[in-house]
Design a protein around this ligand. Structure first.
Ligand code: ADP
Ligand code: MG
Length: 335
């Protein structure tokens, strides 16, 4: 039995992941909460709540409290965190009494929000709670040499935001964040299909299209996919065929905005660090890194090597868990 469990939590805009030293990733669920609007009670959290999206009676409202990278409602975020910790202690099969917890918070969060997250975890019985910046966690989880005098660039394309950071000596040298991520691509796909086919599709369908036939702006053999939606003229269900070229058109502007954010961050890089970036390139993580052709497209556009993180969806959680060693080292050094 580990009475002093160490846990890392990635509080992402789309997914929450929990990592323990003993078992690796032990929980990976959507950051969704279903609320009963009649009494404001939490009905479900995570997978169960996501499955309710678009399908529940009117008074059950699924919400994503972290959707845009800022905490829309921190009461609900705190309740979600507690439910997640409950699930974790059931799954972990180890005593979760007084765990040490490191939480990665969205980089747009304010000090009040960070405090709220800290308190929610603490009130669940954590012995120590540490908050870590997302780019550092992503870099550690992507095996980048963060505490060495070599600068690394990490691009984390999540659900609600994309974060680009230059890291050196364990700290963020320069960082830019854009409120554009996988969610925005899904929205663009919904809009495109509405405009070009007069068909309304749901968010989950749009996400499926993106994952199956969504390409970054590279040449590729065209793919097609059958899509079901509601005809806006007749009101009836209809099946259409969409092509990967059409989807590329739909998401073009958003992809260019992500590229622009990367560009702007590299431009703000201190000249002494530019050499490292030319040699070592940048690393992409987050679910958006999995868009087909992303690595190739970015490499063509920014002319430095582009690496894909070993587990793009898990980088932050792994890094959060592993950062504990670094935090303890720092604490010792400052004592
Ligand atoms: P966050 O850290 O904000 O919670 P994640 O890094 O978990 O976000 O990424 C979630 C986003 O990545 C979602 O928009 C999801 O649709 C997208 N995504 C996940 N897998 C893929 C894939 N294979 N191809 C394209 N997009 C993906
Ligand atoms: Mg993330």
């Amino acid at each position: 039995m580990f009475s002093n469990a160490e846990i890392g939590i990635d509080l992402g805009t789309a997914n929450i992941l929990v990592y323990t030293k003993a078992k690796g990733i032990i929980l990976n669920e959507p950051s969704v909460v279903a609320i009963n609007s009649q009494n404001n009670q939490v009905v479900a959290v995570g997978k169960e709540a996501k499955e309710m999206v678009g399908k529940t009676p009117r008074h059950i409202v699924p919400i994503r409290p972290l959707k845009d990278g800022v905490i829309a409602d921190y009461d609900i975020t705190a309740q979600m965190l507690k439910e997640i910790l409950k699930k974790v202690s059931k799954k972990a099969g180890v005593s979760m009494r007084k765990p040490t917890v490191v939480v990665c918070t969205p980089s747009g969060s304010t000090s009040v929000e960070r405090r709220a997250i800290h308190n929610a975890v603490k009130s669940y019985g954590a012995k120590e709670v540490h908050l870590i910046e997302e780019p550092i966690a992503a870099a550690i989880g992507s095996d980048l040499p963060v505490d060495e005098p070599i600068s690394s660039v990490i691009v984390d394309i999540g659900g609600g935001t994309s974060e680009v950071a230059i890291i050196s000596f364990g700290g963020v040298v320069s960082c830019k964040s854009a409120r554009i991520g996988g969610d925005k691509l899904d929205e663009e796909i919904i809009q495109y299909i509405r405009r070009h086919f007069n068909i309304l599709i749901g968010e989950s369908t749009a996400e499926k299209i993106k994952m199956e036939i969504g390409y970054a702006l590279i040449d590729h053999p065209e793919e097609t996919m059958e899509v079901r939606g509601r005809d806006l003229v007749t009101g009836l269900p209809r099946v259409i065929t969409v092509t990967s070229t059409q989807i590329q058109d739909a998401i073009r502007e958003s992809l260019l905005s992500i590229l622009e954010t990367i560009h702007a961050t590299l431009e703000s890089c201190p000249p002494e660090l530019s050499g490292d970036i030319v040699d070592h390139g940048i690393t992409i993580a987050g679910g958006g890194a999995l868009i087909k052709g992303m690595q190739e497209w970015l490499a063509n556009k920014i002319h430095v090597p582009v690496h894909l993180a070993p587990n793009p969806l898990e980088s932050v959680a792994i890094g959060t868990g592993k950062s504990l060693k670094m935090i303890q080292k720092l604490q010792k050094a400052t004592k």
